[in-house]
Design a protein around this ligand. Structure first.
Ligand code: PMP
Length: 383
């Protein structure tokens, strides 16, 4: 039957990250640096709180927005750690950041609505917008993966997009929003009629002392939506818990899409995250310090191999340029997999702006990273 799948869905592909990961399965001897899954275990207090929630039969639907104590705790956490202010009524727990993003886009987008999305970026933004019939307008990033503000402003004036996605700390580049970048972004957006969707799922893994976010400005809070979650923070990607923060006028819409999508986030995991925010921040700090060591190690290794690469300031990805090899990123990664037995994600999986790069996830053990760099060196010498 022709046309059984909607045109919008036919217009997208499964994520290039997954696609490449699936190929890796054919090479069991290959080392994979492809996934955004930290190798740390979920902090044991969180596990115990989840087991306790099961034993107390806290297994029913929660409120659509999630349990109140957790929303209060998130509100406190955002204020104390990042100077971001949302009350508990402005917070909705979601099934991972993924559902958070989809519910936000589902609330905003009508067919043909334009959404500004950076490139390179996490591929879900473009795909969600397309599934909903929206039109993706890419905005380019500079060499250091910060925003090109002049070009962005021109695009906003020309295209009049309904929303813009801002994504820092960045998957795939590891870039963060500096104070200057945040202020420049604010100056461009403050007077425009545009909704700002800020994906800050890696905020707990920002390696600089101060944290900057577009959600810190009180006077534009009516048009800012923050999407975040616990997958990376507590190394619990499979437990599926994220959240959306938005002022009432936006949340009134978001909560409806969220309700008809999933009713509520998993109840027992909400109790786990509550325990995590109250008592597991030292574990998060430990994971961060380990990621910084790995970042330093991989960065130095890549520089020693002669690759052009920016020092990541957050998340757990590094995005070296491979332009000098004159190979498309997909060809480079296929060959590295087959000939070098090392798997990395081709930059084009993150949009046109990612061509000429590859994404290495350093959410793997130091031993794996050491061996990976040895294999990469051998492979690069060969090509
Ligand atoms: N945003 C970004 C930038 C991500 O990298 C991811 C996961 N890799 C997500 C959102 C979604 O994460 P989850 O659904 O596991 O919370």
């Amino acid at each position: 039957m022709n046309g059984i799948i909607s045109k919008n869905v036919n217009s997208i592909e499964i994520s290039g990250i997954r696609k490449f990961y699936n190929k890796v399965q054919n090479y069991p001897e290959a080392l994979s640096l492809t996934l955004g899954q930290p190798d740390f275990k979920v902090p044991s207090k969180i596990k115990e709180a989840i087991v306790d929630a099961i034993e107390k039969n806290r297994t029913e639907y929660t409120a659509n927005a999630g349990i109140e104590v957790l929303r209060e705790e998130i509100s406190l956490y955002l204020k104390n750690s990042f100077k971001i202010k949302f009350d508990e009524e402005e917070i909705c727990l979601t099934v991972g950041g993924s559902e958070g993003l989809f519910s936000v886009f589902g609330t905003l987008i009508e067919s043909g609505d334009k959404v500004l999305i950076p490139t390179p970026a996490y591929p879900a933004y473009e795909s969600c917008v397309r599934i909903l019939g929206g039109k993706v307008i890419n905005y380019e990033l500079k060499e250091d993966f910060s925003i090109n503000y002049e070009k962005l402003e021109e695009l906003i004036i020309k295209e009049k997009p309904k929303a813009i996605v801002v994504s820092y700390p960045s998957n795939p580049t590891g870039a963060i929003l500096t104070k200057e970048d945040r202020d420049a972004l604010y100056n461009i957006l403050k007077d425009k009629e545009i909704v700002i969707i800020s994906d800050e799922i890696y905020s707990s893994l920002s390696f600089e002392k101060e944290y900057y976010s577009i959600a810190q400005f009180e006077d534009i809070r009516e048009k800012v939506i923050l999407v975040s979650g616990f997958s990376k923070m507590f190394s619990m990607t499979g437990l599926r818990l994220g959240y959306i923060c938005a002022a009432e006028r936006l949340m009134n819409g978001i909560i409806k899409v969220h309700q008809y999508n999933v009713s509520c986030a998993p109840s027992i995991v909400q109790w786990g995250a509550l325990e995590g925010l109250r008592n597991c921040i030292p574990e998060v700090e430990y994971m961060k310090s380990e990621f910084i060591k790995r970042r330093d190690f991989v960065y130095k290794g890549l520089v020693d191999l002669g690759l052009d690469v920016n020092m990541p300031k957050g998340a757990f990805y590094i995005f070296p340029s491979i332009k000098k090899f004159n190979l498309e990123s997909e060809v480079f990664c296929e060959r590295a997999l087959k000939e070098g037995k090392i798997a990395m994600v081709p930059g084009n999986a993150f949009g046109s702006g990612g061509e000429g790069y590859l994404r290495i996830s350093y959410s793997y053990s130091m031993e794996t990273l050491q061996e990976a760099l040895i294999r990469l060196e051998k492979f690069i010498k060969k090509i």
